[in-house]
Design a protein. Sequence first.
Length: 253
Amino acid sequence: MSGAHKGRVAIVTGAAQGIGRAIAVRLAADGANLMLADVNGDVLQQGAAIVAAAGKVEILTHAGDLSQEDVVNAMMAAAMKKWGKVDILVNNAGGGVIRPFLSHTPETLRLTIDRNLWTALWCCRAALPHMRAAKYGRIVSIGADSVRNGLWDHAAYNAAKGGVHGLTTGLAREFAGDGITVNTVAPCAVATPQLEAMLGKNIPLVDKFIGVIPMGRAGDMREVASAVSYLASAEASFITGQVVSVNGGSTML
Ligand SMILES: NC(=O)c1ccc[n+]([C@@H]2O[C@H](COP(=O)([O-])OP(=O)(O)OC[C@H]3O[C@@H](n4cnc5c(N)ncnc54)[C@H](O)[C@@H]3O)[C@@H](O)[C@H]2O)c1
């Protein structure tokens, strides 16, 4: 991997497993020091060990529910205390409660918004003052291609991820003069262990999700991480306010 992030400090949320861990592995291999945060403390420690093997970088972990402002502020304070700066924020924490809209309960609706949107809102709010003071920052959030194609059973999830897409364009404009770029990577179905366990098992809904992808397969977590690493790099200095789909062509343009 490159040294594209050597000397940079990156926060990755939802870094314990899945796509977030793959992003953290990639950023470590590219040289970034990392704050890894997740609500699941035990799995986070296992994930951090895997990330540590990917690069000779400094790693901090923070366990807690990032939909809570005080948890996010404590995480940010710990990163600032250790490194005195935050160059990169990757808002990856999230995950769907995927079901028909009328099957949701008030609790699953709230959980969906909490996980996917409040985590990103609080993290941006905590990171941006430091980035603005430093006149440098890269924010990359994980959105969802399903916002663009209205995937089956994704209405509530899309409401949350659509909020992330909207936050991206608004913040990009507001902080464009501060050396800060704000972008979103929007994957289609990605072959996390969770999805892998369902592939090829004749589950009609899963087959439909893959069926809309012209390349005929789910994305690899490393394909998502690669796009994130590029948008988080200094090199991507003239790209802001974009939602970049990593989707095997499932939506185009
Ligand atoms: N897997 C896919 O097919 C797919 C497709 C499009 C978008 N996404 C998005 O990619 C991101 C990663 O998804 P994944 O498939 O790797 O899911 P995952 O469930 O494997 O990982 C998500 C991580 O986020 C953490 N998390 C959730 N809520 C949190 C909170 N409130 N505070 C702190 N941590 C929290 C979880 O503990 C978990 O470790 C999510 O935002 C998801 O919505 C995934």
